[in-house]
Design a protein. Structure first.
Length: 197
């Protein structure tokens, strides 16, 4: 188990030695739509990468915090926000690990973090999310859908049911993740939840 976690940590840090395919530098329309229809508050971006979405959220007036497993991405995110004169707490951490964040947020964003977790780590993620998300707070998730029971990557119906134990579904949009050249890659989903009061 420890070996798998170390391998996972090394893999994501190696991605950021280059330019990971998911680091597009552009915030998705689903996030923009949310920000355009909600008043600013406190936001947490899980798997924040190089800080593109943190910057977008902060420019809409939100107080932002971020977390990522890869120290190289955290370094780049801190540099990006500092260059834009934005104060943010960005930490190296595992969203399914022992929490280094003891605050609550009105909005928690996860674009591509949860779907990479090993199945046994997802319960810890849920526990952390319960602690981080304020009453009536919003959780916006983008994830690949699981296409095979042989792989742990992606979300399954069991994952949606687990989130439903403490969150109310606002909306869900299924689609396909696309590569930069526009070719369809794999089934994906956007899900917006509200914390149950």
């Amino acid at each position: 188990m420890m070996f798998e976690k170390i391998k996972h940590w090394i893999r994501f840090n190696l991605y950021y030695l280059g330019h990971p395919r998911w680091d597009t530098g552009v915030s998705p329309p689903e996030l923009i739509s949310y920000l355009d229809t909600h008043s600013p508050g406190r936001a947490l971006d899980l798997g924040c990468g190089t800080g593109t979405n943190l910057l977008t959220i902060a420019k809409k007036g939100w107080d932002v915090a971020g977390m990522d497993l890869a120290f190289l991405s955290v370094f780049r995110a801190r540099k990006k926000l500092k260059a834009n004169d934005i104060q943010a707490r960005i930490i190296i951490g595992n969203a399914a690990g022992k929490s280094r964040i003891d605050e609550q947020f009105d909005f928690v964003l996860d674009i591509g973090c949860y779907h990479n977790l090993l199945q046994r780590d997802r319960l810890s993620y849920h526990t952390n999310l319960k602690n981080w998300l304020s009453e009536d707070g919003t959780f916006l998730l983008f994830a690949h859908q699981r296409t095979s029971n042989l792989h742990s990557h992606g979300v399954s119906q069991e994952d949606f049911s687990a989130f439903g134990s403490f969150l109310d579904l606002e909306w869900r949009r299924d689609g396909h993740d696309q590569s930069s050249d526009g070719s369809i890659r794999r089934p994906s989903t956007w899900v917006c939840y509200r914390r149950r009061i």
